[in-house]
Design a protein around this ligand. Structure first.
Ligand SMILES: C[S@@+](CC[C@H](N)C(=O)[O-])C[C@H]1O[C@@H](n2cnc3c(N)ncnc32)[C@H](O)[C@@H]1O
Length: 261
């Protein structure tokens, strides 16, 4: 009788149990927000965390990580250890390379970098440590909860949304982050005069962004001609941007200022 020596395929439960655990690290659904009936701008995905990313999460999460649990108001001065530091929020930093570059180039600004993507959180923490950056904090969870429940009115010196998921299919357009309701919420958290900076390589989304931002009563375009902004020097090439450029996509930046109340 021949013996089957090939290993039995792992069940989903076994695969999950073999994944690295971060007891003091980012929680799977910190706000328990799966109970909330709301359309999400992201797809929950279980991506593999490398050994290096896992190690960074284990060591650095307790120091620089923040679960978006929606339970308390953040004191940004306390979070960054400097009450005078202006803080910008970056939503969707992906793997965080561009975030780390911007933090290194501008140590006088704190970056609160938010994403749901665990490998990216580990990657950004590792980059921050290797580059001696003390002005980055990594927030885990849905940016909507962070804005709505945890950030005080007028507390942000800026908001960056670089290459948000384009959700190209028509039936998914409702998942796009840049919508009138999002802009109304974001405006309340930005200080008067603070800039919301978006960039995308997806032409139809760029057009939608320009339309909804131009119509948003709380924002004014920084561009006198009412159009797209030239790419500012401080924004490095991001990973998604590079992939878009490889496909021949055109990138648009949009910079809108929160109006004084
Ligand atoms: C297409 S990627 C772009 C990543 C990076 N900015 C870049 O350009 O390489 C969009 C990222 O936004 C994150 N994201 C989408 N909606 C989010 C939300 N509501 N809160 C936090 N992160 C979100 C996704 O997890 C994803 O990592």
């Amino acid at each position: 009788m021949s013996e089957n020596l090939s290993p039995t395929p792992a069940t989903a439960a076994e695969r999950t149990s073999r994944e690295p655990k971060f007891p003091a690290g980012p929680a799977a659904d910190p706000a328990g927000s799966h109970h909330e009936r709301r359309i999400r701008s992201f797809q929950p995905r279980r991506s593999r965390v490398t050994t290096g990313q896992g190690e960074s999460l284990r060591r650095l999460w307790p120091k620089w990580g923040l679960d978006i649990d929606g339970l308390s108001r953040l004191d940004l001065g306390e979070l960054f250890g400097d009450p005078e530091l202006p803080v910008v929020l970056e939503i969707g930093f992906g793997m965080g390379e561009a975030t780390a570059q911007m933090a290194a180039a501008d140590p006088g600004t704190g970056i609160l970098a938010c994403d749901v993507h665990t490998p990216g959180q580990g990657n950004l923490l590792g980059l921050a440590e290797r580059n001696g950056l003390t002005n980055v904090r990594v927030a885990n969870g849905d940016a909507i909860i962070l804005l709505r429940e945890m950030l005080a009115p007028d507390s942000l010196a800026g908001l960056r949304v670089y290459f948000p998921d384009p959700w190209p299919k028509k039936r998914h357009h409702k998942r796009r982050l840049i919508q009138p309701e999002f802009l109304a919420l974001a405006a309340t958290r930005l200080a008067p005069g603070a800039v919301l900076h978006c960039a995308t390589d997806w032409e139809p989304y760029a057009e939608q962004m320009l339309e909804v931002l131009s119509a948003a009563p709380d924002f004014e375009n920084t561009q006198p001609d009412g159009g797209y902004a030239p790419r500012p020097e401080f924004r490095p090439l991001t990973r998604f941007e590079g992939q878009g450029l490889d496909k021949g996509h055109v990138v648009h930046d949009l910079m809108f200022r929160r109006r004084a109340a």
